[in-house]
Design a protein around this ligand. Sequence first.
Ligand SMILES: C[S@@+](CC[C@H](N)C(=O)[O-])C[C@H]1O[C@@H](n2cnc3c(N)ncnc32)[C@H](O)[C@@H]1O
Length: 250
Amino acid sequence: MILEAIQYAATQAVTPSEFRPFVHSSVNLWSRANRCTKAWAPHEANCKAFIGETIAGMRQRRTAVVLGSGLLRDVPILDLARAFDTVVLVDLVHLASVRAWIKAKRFTNIRLISRDLSGFTDTLAGRMPEPLSFLRQVPYLDLVVSANILSQIGVGTRRQLAQSRHDDADAIVSSLIKAHLDGLSALPCRTALLTDVSYKVTDRGGAVLEDADLLCGVPAPIAKRSWFWTVAPYGELGRDRQAVHQVIAV
Ligand SMILES: C[S@@+](CC[C@H](N)C(=O)[O-])C[C@H]1O[C@@H](n2cnc3c(N)ncnc32)[C@H](O)[C@@H]1O
């Protein structure tokens, strides 16, 4: 609790005011990731390996952008920072501990951008969401990694919609998920998409207590790799329940 309070206060202090409401959920993610280190390790290794494979064959390595860089747990940041001239990390929030780590490692080629990547503000303004259009302005862009952010765009948008009592939440979330996928596939550079696409909550006997499509009906692109990620091992959600997500790498 004390570490969380310090992380929270330190991150609030370095986060632009419009993104401060999201600090709480980043700190929660950090705490959960620390509690679930063992259960998450295979997923994180798979993500890093996939990004490693993606960059291995690249001849030009000028700028890499990581969308949803978060805690830098599933992103091989050392490899990226060594391989690329510039690495741009984009997220709603960059935790104080992540910022301190980057500083301590003296990576002068890593840039941090706080940005809402959902496209929801476009939707609210009655425009077609184009959440990745800002990437057109990034010079010498050679790689974009979408790092386990896509399903979270849906989760976050639903949370915001619940407050404003919209009845077309499903349609809005689907349109934002589609906009992210369309935006990625339209980029004129190498891309890697890592995302969970569905989950099941099961009991110790294997009975399915809950399941959901995290892409809200939007067809997932054809995966190059796929695996299961135990997001909530037994004890996290309840003593006899676990949540396992299916992840794809494209
Ligand atoms: C599951 S975490 C990804 C973990 C991260 N790739 C890592 O290596 O630790 C999802 C990340 O997406 C970010 N995120 C969620 N919604 C977002 C949005 N609308 N815009 C930008 N980032 C968002 C969260 O802040 C979080 O860091």
